[in-house]
Design a protein around this ligand. Sequence first.
Ligand SMILES: O=C(O)CCC(=O)C(=O)O
Ligand SMILES: [Fe+2]
Length: 287
Amino acid sequence: MKLNLQNIPRVKNIKKENFIKHYFKPQKPVVIEGFIEDWPAYSKWSLDYMKAVAGEKIVPLYDDRPVDYKDGFNEPHAKMKMKDYVDLLKREPTRYRIFLWNVLKEIPKLQQDFSYPDFGLRLMKSLPMMFFGGSDSYTFMHYDIDLANIFHFHFEGKKQCILYDQKQNKYLYKIPHSLITREDIDFANPDFNKWPALKHAKGWTCELNHGEILYMPEGYWHYMRYLTPGFSMSLRAIARNPKHFSKAIYNVFVMRNYDNLMRRIKGQNWIDWKNNQALKRTVKQEI
Ligand SMILES: O=C(O)CCC(=O)C(=O)O
Ligand SMILES: [Fe+2]
């Protein structure tokens, strides 16, 4: 038994009218090939290049340990110099990932290597974020706090992606007051005896290679597994669906603070309660 996933369609060098008509308007994901071949980044960006330009920077690292009430929202688990991190990635499989690293704030000259593509959406220019991972590391299933439209550019190596839209929430063991599913689900090889509702979730999948762009529509859940060491950059455009937009405002200004407060007050009990609720609420939906 496998997850119910269909392959994300692939297009070459799509024009913005077609992108809007076939993917943005219907909110469908797509992999765009061959779009950034004229960017300097296409030939320059590699792990070695990042080591050369950012080697001395201290980078925040995350592994796949379960959420601990003592950690703040998105607080890193370790720190290292970028040059040591790249060496580690190349030397051995590691769970350590860089998650949400603000490229332009850290290394402004990287801006010279790429431009903001015109897909007919206004991209948030101050927020290009980078993500790095080692062989077989993964970014847990989540959606982004602002439910944005995301353009995810991949460099070096290969990465597997699994996506779900917001309509699938009832089958995904979503944790309340949070943006993740139960962390003990292995989306690469799920245990359907333990998580039977997953059978009903309809999702999408692809393998991303160097220079390819994955468009993730508003609020889409995403799980990313690094099949080889590599990195990606995400550009985002604000959620246009008013329901998504108001959820984004709620998440940023209410949900995040409420969750942090409850962690401080109730500690591990809060985390345990949320994990339990994720199971209960999904089981209820199933019947
Ligand atoms: O590539 C990753 O590790 C995660 C990417 C992600 O979460 C994003 O682009 O929003
Ligand atoms: Fe994300």
